[in-house]
Design a binder for this molecule. Structure first.
Ligand code: PRT
Ligand code: ZN
Length: 283
């Protein structure tokens, strides 16, 4: 069968997490910094290491079958590809930002002003949708210094912690889109059995990332109160302990409400709570 190719970022913010996700999905390969292509020894897949900007078009044109890239880049490149899976890393948002002392107060004040960005397509669409007639100044990097240099009245850029804006005397003004790394495929590729197998593996890793395995001891008298706190989980395992009238409860708790759940379990009488990471959840 034809070897499938997946394109990931060669170096930069998404490289390490992309490599890590593929390795945790059971793929064995070298993360060579110097080569463009790396074979996977235990799966019919080749990894292409590329600049993130090239990935959407490579996938659209079928040079790569799959790709891992930020949604912001996919939207900016206006490609026709299939979204297969959000990956939960590389989260950021694209925001308009202005100088702290700017007299721009609302969106309509941007009309007649200039905005510097590396994302002219996304910005243009937003401006048109909001009926704003502003000038877009496309620059390829260091967008955040353009206002201080007098090159623009506002900027439109990626923000994650907001630290870069702050240290350049800027403040966020409007959020235009949120983004995270996604797995994309060329149209029609989702039907390929190798792609399907890889997608299942990736999903089992992502599911496991979002949950913890929890074991706790409880007196039988507290059991019903404890089980009531675990509504989403079909069947916690209950194991008798050597100490009579005590049991161990094994269950899976979603990461997002983890601490809240643990505290409530303690209050309900759970003791000796042990929390374990889960490697994979295969449905
Ligand atoms: O070399 P190559 O072209 O492959 O990489 P690149 O330099 O174009 O991209 P890279 O590695 O910087 O980012 C890759 C992807 O990571 C982006 O397309 C986004 O999808 C995602 N991402 C997540 C980010 C950020 N967070 C981020 N904070 N991309 C860039 N930034 C930059 C931003 O441009 C700004 O300069 O970080 C600064 C803001 O960060 P804060 O934390 O100060 O707000
Ligand atoms: Zn890039």
């Amino acid at each position: 069968m034809k070897t499938i190719k997946i394109a990931i970022q060669k170096s930069g913010r998404l490289n390490e997490k992309s490599v890590d996700l593929l390795k945790r999905s059971g793929l064995s390969f070298e993360n060579y910094k110097s080569s463009l292509i790396s074979p996977v020894s235990n799966f019919p897949l080749e990894i292409l290491f590329l600049r993130d900007d090239d990935i959407p078009e490579y996938v659209q044109d079928g040079i790569a079958d799959l790709g891992i890239v930020g949604e912001n880049v996919i939207v900016e490149k206006e490609v026709d590809v299939t979204y297969l899976q959000k990956l939960g890393f590389g989260k950021c948002s694209l925001k308009l930002a202005i100088a702290n002392h700017s007299d721009i107060k609302d969106l309509s004040d941007l009309s007649g002003k200039s905005i510097a960005t590396s994302y002219p397509v996304i910005l243009d669409k937003f401006l048109k949708e909001n009926d704003i007639d502003a000038e877009i100044r496309e620059i390829s990097g260091s967008v955040e210094i353009s206002t201080n240099l007098g090159l623009s009245d506002a900027i439109f850029d990626i923000v994650s912690t907001g630290g870069t804006l702050k240290s350049n005397g800027l403040k966020p003004f409007a959020e235009v889109m949120r983004s995270e790394a996604v797995l994309i495929g060329k149209n029609g590729i989702a039907k390929n059995p190798i792609v399907n197998e890889l997608l299942q593996r990736i999903q089992s890793v992502l599911r496991a990332e979002q949950t913890k395995y929890v074991v706790m001891n409880a007196a039988k008298s507290s059991l019903s109160a404890i089980l009531e706190l675990l509504p989403g989980i079909k069947s916690p395992t209950i194991v008798p302990l050597a100490t009579e009238e005590w049991v161990a409860v094994h269950t899976v708790i979603p990461e997002k409400d983890f601490w809240d759940k643990i505290n409530r379990l303690k209050n309900a009488g759970a003791e000796g709570i042990v929390v374990l990471p889960i490697e994979k959840i295969i449905l």
